[in-house]
Design a protein around this ligand. Structure first.
Ligand SMILES: Nc1ncnc2c1ncn2[C@@H]1O[C@H](COP(=O)(O)OP(=O)(O)OP(=O)(O)O)[C@@H](O)[C@H]1O
Ligand code: NI
Length: 458
């Protein structure tokens, strides 16, 4: 399934496998709107482990569920959000299977002008929100992927295969493109879930059915994703259990989930995920319920898998110790926003956001005195777009402007191209006045002038 030409391989290596851009996921309850994820952006490259860390309620799981298409009513991914899956092999497969949902971006590039398109009344988004300085710099596919399809002739908002290189009518000759995950549904969704992106939850029983043997559940995945059946599938299921460190695998394939210990169940879930040969793994606190020794073993197992198969991993945890151990890059989330992002080395050596500093002080063994430091207060529930810093009430470094200006993610200083913080103290080499001004300007540019409507059919 993952056969690729050398050209395709080097291409996907250089590019992120997942690009999350301006993701906004809200729950519309009778009482209130909860903006659980409020405009976050990050990338994951093949072979890279990206951590998402933050306290309970910061939006980590909703981010994962948004990628997987598992946000249930009353939740919705809002227009303007984009989650691109950049995988050539998948794009070719999808162009073949869903030609009626495939868009030839190349054909539109010559026909439309980004500056004009962004002025269209149905396009409720500015260039900065899409990650660009100037309207005319925004590539057409970025606008289309964010769901603003009305200005374009013959593109509809349920299109999801965007071909940017090659002829969509000849799928095997496509050289570049992506699948827009926020537009998937039904069959197109099912093919991604499990087949291309697998998810491992905190509680392994979420993924295991108590009435079937572990072996049968792995075999079902093998049948679905690799076409294996009978004795061949049984052998492969046992091999997978062995690969994830389950002793006596031949016998254990015949056992039921309740006959496994917690750690063994999580290994079985990982084996099931591997049976799908995913290009990406999303792990939502997979070791939180396990004791430290087992936790360390599972983390080691995930690292081995990654070295062998070059998958991209998104790893969710509230534990900075786990982040230090397993990730390459880190996104720190607070109240639905990414407040700091950096490589793991840089984040631990040079933490910048006061919230990150608080999280780091709460690691056992890192604090000064005897008492474990915790950050006072709790994560607020965001109901509206923020016009202030959501961490301000708990921040030891806050000043007047923090309750009046929304901090945008900015480079922490002039030399930092890969380390951003959403805090008015940065860029640190600017005066506070100048820094606040920069956040304000960036904020104006991303402000949505019209209502947050879908723009649909008015
Ligand atoms: N089905 C739902 N209906 C309403 N609100 C929801 C729903 N699911 C999540 N939320 C809200 O979204 C916010 C983020 O939740 P999320 O589960 O992503 O947090 P988290 O960072 O994963 O926390 P934890 O560490 O506890 O798992 C919370 O305020 C939560 O109340
Ligand atoms: Ni969670």
């Amino acid at each position: 399934m993952s056969m690729q030409s050398t050209v395709g391989k080097s291409k996907t290596r250089a590019e992120p496998i997942i690009s999350v851009s301006n993701l906004q996921t809200a729950f519309f309850t009778e009482k209130e709107t909860i903006r659980a994820v409020d405009g976050i952006s990050f990338d994951i490259h093949p072979g890279e482990t990206v951590g998402i860390v933050g306290e309970s309620g910061s939006g980590k799981s909703v981010t994962a569920r948004s990628i997987m298409g598992l946000v249930d009513s009353p939740g919705r991914v809002l227009p303007g959000s984009s989650i691109r899956f950049n995988h050539l092999d998948a794009v070719q497969e999808y162009a073949e299977r869903f030609p009626e949902h495939t868009v030839d971006i190349g054909a539109y590039e010559s026909q439309y002008d980004s500056g004009e398109i962004l002025d269209h009344p149905s396009v409720d988004v500015g260039p900065a929100e899409l990650g660009y300085d100037q309207a005319e710099d925004v590539p057409i596919e970025v606008i289309v992927a964010a769901g603003f399809t009305e200005p374009f002739d013959r593109v509809s908002d349920d299109d999801f295969v965007f071909v940017t290189g090659g002829d969509p009518a000849v799928p095997e000759q496509i050289t570049d493109g992506f699948i827009e995950l926020t537009n998937l549904s039904g069959e197109s969704q099912r093919l991604i879930r499990g087949g291309r992106i697998a998810m491992i939850f905190q509680d392994p029983l979420t993924s295991l059915n108590p009435v079937y043997t572990v072996g049968n559940q792995i075999k079902e995945a093998l049948a679905l994703h690799q076409g294996l059946k009978g004795e061949e599938a049984t052998q492969e299921a046992a091999d997978l259990l062995e690969a994830v460190g389950i002793p006596d695998a031949r016998r254990r394939v015949t056992e039921y989930p309740h006959q496994f210990s917690g750690g063994m169940r999580q290994r079985a879930v990982i084996a099931m995920a591997l049976a799908c040969e995913p290009d990406m793994l999303i792990c939502d606190e997979p070791t939180t319920a396990l004791d430290v020794t087992i936790q360390a073993q599972i983390l080691e197992l995930l690292e081995e898998i990654q070295n062998e198969r070059d998958v991209g991993i998104m790893f969710i945890t509230h534990d900075m110790g786990v982040i230090a151990e397993i990730t390459d890059r880190v996104n720190v989330m607070y109240a639905g926003e990414v407040v700091e992002s950096a490589t793991v080395t840089e984040l631990f050596k040079n933490p910048k956001h006061p919230y990150t500093n608080g999280l780091l002080r709460s690691i056992p063994g890192q604090q000064q005195g005897d008492r474990l430091a915790t950050i006072d207060g709790t994560v607020p529930t965001p109901n509206e777009k923020a016009t202030y810093c959501r961490f301000e009430p708990r921040c030891p470094k806050s000043f007047d402007e923090c309750s009046a200006v929304h901090p945008e993610p900015v480079p922490v200083n002039a030399n930092a191209d890969d380390h951003k913080a959403a805090c008015l103290l940065y860029p640190e080499d600017k005066s506070t006045v100048a820094a606040v001004e920069q956040h304000q300007e960036q904020g104006y540019a991303t402000q949505v002038p019209k209502s947050q409507s879908t723009g649909g059919d008015e």
